[in-house]
Structure formats: structure tokens, C-alpha cells
Ligand binder design. Structure first.
Ligand code: XMP
Length: 522
């Protein structure tokens, strides 16, 4: 992305690294994350206006402590160290880092001793000393700065950390022991803004409108007069990708929507209608439900189901894509968190369950990839979708797995069992929306269990299936907590499913978090 107002975040493995980059972007400044050991050439050619060194689970005294190329300190641009980043700066510049007498986690009162630039305008005046200010910050550290390095001065302290912030004004180096990127640091965003605008002298030019202009121009230059194909699933990422590419190359784009028969109620129709009627896009809708069901006959193993569905998708997609003459590009909705090459904490889900992989398809069809969202976080994709005029119903849609309802039918997937689950799932979503809870949940859905239980309806004994309801809160799907849904909402969901969905006589609620469970059951 060509933009001269850029900040580089060097990742030392902190759980908050992505949050730092997102906060900077929220201030309308473009930011990228590189691994701590990125080469100096790569860093230099990125041409940032400032660098932020993230936190880390490591201590600077560990044998394998992550250390960046020290040439970054010779770039002549401001550098801000956060937590481990601060300790690293102190360590490298001759200060002293020591184990804190007490580990400091959570809220802490910061007293600002020097409010020249980074901490300018932060906090409220101390009653006792008129020239000093205080504010609440969020700490999470075991090591602390015992002695400031040469040419640095302390600019803030807490009762536990004599040097909670320090600066070397001559070089433009700053460091914070606390985390300005987390919401619990009351004026965190203002501190970051001071770094961006007062220290690095960035301009707030990163907006969704500017992103659309730049990216559509880049797509046009890359594609020229060739054809592009894009697979759409009904989810926000593929819909936004398709609309963005369409804005750039209009009819050179063909979208392929493979209906595998495992979609939620009304989903295929809604997506088709929106993209075709609203955006006038060329969409091929392929009803492949029978084909997928046939392949899954007798299959109960979750991984095997996923592999079969993934392979079948590629086959259907490829045979349709081949019908488009002279197609050269495949557009895909890859997001930034998937491409960050950091010292990984990727969470278990990427490894535990197999996802679709289009690598083989690209090679066989000699296609080149276009990934216009690869610089964006999920919430930015939603903003982009809004800016492009995509209806909220699609933009705010809960995530949905590629293999769809098939991995929410435990045991064999049959036409009848798909229909039972689709009806139950639709009731769950209707009631969650009616209760005004949809937006605050990451996902809410039903699962059909391979278990029958005894019930009584009227005077009749029944022996029918069980539906599990799952609703979770999560920020990124990597970890999740089961949602404390109100009992009366659960009651309506249960009553409606048992009364309206033939074949179900019992509903249970899943109260497991991730980890140790996963969000999906298969
Ligand atoms: P788990 O079950 O691993 O799910 O906790 C984490 C998130 O990923 C979604 N998910 C998928 N998304 N293709 C996708 O596009 C898949 O195969 C897939 N499997 C799980 C899941 O819905 C949750 O949001």
C-alpha cells in the first residue's frame, strides 16, 4: 500500500501486538506488524515514520530473548517501546532491568513527571503538586526498569515502578512500562495519538475511502483487461472482496457461489439477491447440494467430512471457473491476521481443524491471486463493507464455517437431518435477534446430536433427537466464552424448537468455553 504515513509495529510475541496496530489504524494512520527479527532492509524499505516495539512473554535476560536488528535505532525516526519493548531499550542502552519486587498486573495510578510531548495533555492535575498529572494505566509485567539508560530521563512513575515511562528526547526514543493499547488504560489512545501526531508527525490519512481508491486502482493496474473469478460464500469477507473487485474491474469479474446444501435458511437467496440486484454483478449460482450429500454418505468422522467438503468445493469451483474463458486471477478474502508472519500465537483452531485450501487450484489453473483485504482486520472489513454500501445484514453476519451445517450435524449428514437442523438453527437466530442479542454475540447456532431421548407429547411417549444450542462471545474466534443468555430467551428457543421442528423433543444448552472446547462441535 503506497502511503507515506506509516507506523511499523515490531512483534516480540505479545498477545496485544495486533491490538497496537488496530489502535493506530483507528487514529487513521496505517500500521503493519513485522516479526521482531525482520531484516533491516525490509524495515527500511517499508519506510515507516515511527516504530513501536511490542511487549513479549519473554524477559530480556532469557537465553533466547527476542532481539531486533539494532540498526533500527539508527533509522533516525522515533521509536516507542511498550512493556518488553521498554525493557529491551533499557537493556540495549545500558540501563538496568530487574525483577520487580511485586509483579504488577492490572490497574495502576501513573504520575506524570514530564508532560513535554508523549504524555502531554494526559490525565488530571494532582491536588498536591500543580505541575504534575495522574491517570489510570494498565500494567502487566514481572520485570521493571531499575536504572534509566544513558541519555534517557524518567517521565512518569507508579508506586511500584520508579520508571514507568522514559524518554530520550534528542533521539526521539520513548518507552512505556504499561499498555496504552488496552481499553483499561484510560488515556491510552491519547498517548498513542501524541506519539503518532506530535512525535512522529504523521497525518491522519488512512481512511476507508482512501483505501478503496488506492486498492481499486491497484487492482485495475494488476488485472488490466484480464478476467477475474471470485468464490463467494455468503459471509462478509467474500462479499466485500467481490464488491471491491467489481468496483475496480466491473464485468471482468465473475462470482461463483457454490451452494453445498449446508447453508443456513434463506442465506443463498439473500446473497444472490444483494450481489445481483443491488450491485449488478455477474454471479453463477451452482446448486451442488445433491453432489455434496452423496459424497458424505456414511461419513461420520469430522475431519473426513471437512476434507470431502473442501475437495468437492474445489472440484465444483474449478469446473465452473474453467468455463470462463481466459480467466487469469482468483480473488480471495484473506484477512491481515492470516498473513501476519509473527512469532506465532495462532491459537489451536488453525491446526486442529482443516480449512479449505485453494493452493492446488491456483497451480492447476495457473491463476494469480488477488487478495484486496490482506491488509485489513475483521472490523475494518466491516467498515469497508459499509462504505461500499453492502447491507448491514451481510456485514454484521456471524461467522459461518466453510463446511456449514454439515459439521453441526454430529454423525451422518442426510437430507432430512440437514432440514431438521436448518429449521432449529433458524429459530435460534430469530429469537436471538428478537431479543436484541445478535450483535453482542460472536456466534449463535444449533447442533443436531446423534442421540435420541425419551419425551412425552400430549399423552404419547416420544423417542426423538436432541438439539444443542451454542452461543459464544469472542473477539477473534481464537478464544471464546459461552454466552450467559437470559433464561427467558433460552426458554422460548427451547419451546419453539420442540414444538415447531418435527423430530426434536429435547433442547440442551452448551456451557463450554474455548479452550478447552472449540466453538464448533466438529
Ligand atoms: P473453532 O470450532 O475452531 O472455530 O473454535 C473458530 C472459528 O472458526 C470458524 N470455523 C471455520 N471457518 N472454515 C471457516 O471459514 C472452516 O472450516 C471453519 N471451521 C471453524 C468457526 O465457526 C468459529 O467462528
Amino acid at each position: 500500500m503506497t502511503n507515506e504515513n506509516k507506523i511499523l509495529v515490531l512483534d516480540f510475541g505479545s498477545q496485544y501486538t495486533q491490538l497496537i496496530a488496530r489502535r493506530i489504524r483507528e487514529c487513521n494512520v496505517y500500521s503493519e506488524i513485522f516479526p521482531f527479527n525482520a531484516s533491516f532492509e525490509k524495515i527500511k524499505s517499508f519506510n515507516p515514520k515511527g516504530v513501536i516495539l511490542s511487549g513479549s512473554p519473554s524477559s530480556v535476560y532469557d537465553n533466547n530473548a527476542p532481539i531486533p536488528d539494532k540498526m533500527i535505532f539508527k533509522l533516525g525516526i522515533p521509536i516507542l517501546g511498550i512493556c518488553y519493548g521498554m525493557q529491551l531499550m533499557a537493556h540495549l542502552w545500558g540501563g538496568k532491568v530487574a525483577r520487580a519486587p511485586r509483579r504488577e498486573y492490572g490497574r495502576s495510578e501513573l504520575i506524570i513527571d514530564d508532560d513535554s510531548d508523549l504524555l502531554n495533555g494526559i490525565g488530571e492535575k494532582l491536588k498536591t503538586q500543580n505541575s504534575k498529572f495522574k491517570t489510570i494505566v494498565w500494567m502487566s509485567h514481572g520485570d521493571m526498569i531499575d536504572r534509566c539508560p544513558k541519555d534517557f530521563i524518567p517521565i512518569a512513575h507508579t508506586s511500584n515502578s520508579p520508571v514507568a515511562a522514559m524518554a530520550n528526547y534528542k533521539k526521539g526514543f520513548y518507552a512505556l512500562q504499561f499498555h496504552p493499547e488496552v481499553a483499561h488504560t484510560e488515556k491510552g489512545i491519547d498517548i498513542l495519538k501524541n506519539f503518532l501526531f506530535k512525535v512522529c508527525r504523521c497525518s491522519p490519512t488512512w481512511t476507508m475511502k482512501s483505501f478503496i481508491d488506492t486498492v481499486t486502482q491497484e487492482i485495475r493496474e494488476k488485472v488490466i483487461d484480464n478476467k477475474v473469478v471470485c468464490g463467494i460464500s455468503g459471509g462478509v469477507d467474500s462479499s466485500v472482496t467481490a464488491v471491491l473487485v467489481h468496483k475496480a474491474v466491473k464485468n471482468q469479474l465473475t462470482c461463483i457461489f457454490v451452494d453445498n446444501g449446508f447453508l443456513r435458511a434463506g442465506e443463498a437467496e439473500k446473497v444472490e439477491e444483494t450481489l445481483r440486484r443491488h450491485f449488478h454483478m455477474d454471479i453463477k449460482c451452482i446448486d451442488a447440494a445433491k453432489r455434496f450429500l452423496n459424497k458424505l454418505k456414511g461419513v461420520v468422522d469430522p475431519e473426513l467430512k471437512r476434507k470431502i467438503i473442501g475437495n468437492e468445493f474445489i472440484k465444483v469451483f474449478e469446473s465452473e471457473a474453467k468455463k470462463i474463458r481466459e480467466v487469469k486471477f482468483l480473488a480471495q478474502g484473506t484477512l491481515y491476521p492470516d498473513v501476519i508472519e509473527s512469532i506465532p500465537f495462532k491459537g489451536p483452531s488453525a491446526i486442529i481443524k482443516s480449512h479449505h485450501n485453494v493452493g492446488g487450484l491456483l497451480k492447476r489453473m495457473k491463476l494469480k491471486l488477488i487478495e484486496p483485504l490482506r491488509e485489513l482486520f475483521k472490523d475494518e472489513v466491516r467498515l469497508l463493507g459499509k462504505e461500499l454500501g453492502i447491507p448491514d445484514e451481510i456485514i454484521n453476519r456471524h461467522p459461518f464455517p466453510g463446511p456449514g451445517l454439515a459439521i453441526r450435524i454430529i454423525g451422518e449428514v442426510t437430507h432430512e437431518r440437514c432440514n431438521i437442523l436448518r429449521r432449529a438453527d433458524s429459530i435460534v437466530l430469530q429469537e436471538i435477534k428478537k431479543a436484541g442479542l445478535y450483535e453482542e454475540l460472536w456466534q449463535a447456532f444449533a447442533i443436531l446430536l446423534p442421540v435420541k431421548s425419551v419425551g412425552v407429547m400430549g399423552d404419547e411417549r416420544t423417542y426423538e433427537n436432541v438439539i444443542a444450542v451454542r452461543a459464544v462471545k469472542s473477539l477473534d474466534g481464537m478464544t471464546a466464552d459461552w454466552a450467559r443468555l437470559p433464561y427467558d430467551v433460552l426458554e422460548i428457543i427451547s419451546n419453539r424448537i420442540i414444538n415447531e421442528v418435527k423430530g426434536i423433543n429435547r433442547v440442551v444448552y452448551d456451557i463450554s468455553s474455548k479452550p478447552p472446547s472449540t466453538i464448533e462441535w466438529e
